[in-house]
Write a protein that binds this ligand. Structure first.
Ligand SMILES: [Zn+2]
Length: 57
């Protein structure tokens, strides 16, 4: 995984953790990343894998 900017503290981190998925009306959703320091303090939000509706048979 490449580096990313932590959306919480704004620092560049080499080990980003996907913490939230934000849907945008104007385009595709974006995944927000946090650094390992901030990730444990953030309330987990929906991730892309969790946005898939359950399959009902
Ligand atoms: Zn951070």
């Amino acid at each position: 995984m490449s580096d990313a900017v932590c959306w919480k503290c704004g620092r560049l981190t080499l080990a980003p953790v996907a913490v939230r998925y934000v849907e945008r009306a104007s385009g595709p959703g974006v995944t927000l990343y946090a650094c390992p320091d901030c990730a444990p303090r953030l309330t987990p939000g929906p991730l892309p894998a969790e946005m898939i509706p359950p399959v009902r048979g």
